[in-house]
Design a protein around this ligand. Sequence first.
Ligand code: BV8
Length: 239
Amino acid sequence: MALSSGTGSIVVLTGAGISKESGLSTFRDADGIWATVRIEDVATPEAFMRDPERVHAFYNQRRRGMLDPSIRPNPAHLALARLERAWPDPVVIVTQNIDNLHEQAGSTNLIHMHGELEKSLCAYCHARRVNRGDLAVGDICPDCGQLGGMRPDVVWFGEMPLEMPRIHAALARCALFISIGTSGNVYPAAGFVQLANEAGAETVELNLEPSLGVSFFDTSIQGRASEIVPEFIEGLLAG
Ligand code: BV8
């Protein structure tokens, strides 16, 4: 088993809490995003059909915020990139986050199951492109030339998260599952710990406070990600 043997593949699930100390808001903390705007108004396909300008404004503001040079990876992101380089077996990060902080920290084996704010998606031809500017209703798709289909490449509620077969395959063979900075509110991500348990993996939660799924974890450590994640990873690498 990973914690004792120093081998075996690792799946890491991250949520908004890992990016909090980098300056990005979480969703369900008292000062979180859903405290000021409703999911139904900005994070569903129906919202986009009903009021695309409002949805574009919501994501354009978050994209500008994320791309501010002051928003940088914190020691938790950096510790995960070090784990990927130093661990003898595969380490994959499955992130619910749509920010680019894991990439900036140097992680490469990374799955953005809820999409990426730094990409656009055409609702007509499904082309994905890196996009760092504002998106608007009047945008024409550079790939198919159609008007009005450009959207942030983000998985909204009611839409299927990305790369689920790849995620399930990684969970089925992992020896260690680490969940960091997520409240365990949103499925299917919140159910991954149970799949890891079924695979016989050790399961660890590193979070500011116990998540809704804390009872499914073998170990739960509370604290700020920038402190407890590097500490945990150094302990893992020290064997
Ligand atoms: C799906 C992208 C099915 C957008 C997001 C009815 C109809 C349809 C579906 C459902 C339904 N009822 C339930 C569902 C399932 C639904 C769901 O789970 N709803 C919940 C609200 C009940 N899920 C879905 O809809 C998913 N799709 O089910 O599809 C399907 C089947 C077949 C075919 C087609 C479809 C899609 C879900 C994805 C939605 N998109 N994000 C965007 O970002 O704008 S989810 C959203 O919540 C966030 O993006 C984030 O990814 C996710 C989870 O939030 P967290 O990351 O956990 O953040 P949170 O604030 O909640 O928690 C932060 C934690 O960090 C806290 O615990 C805090 O204590 C901690 N913390 C804070 N500071 C620190 C810290 N920890 C450490 N250090 C710190 N410093």
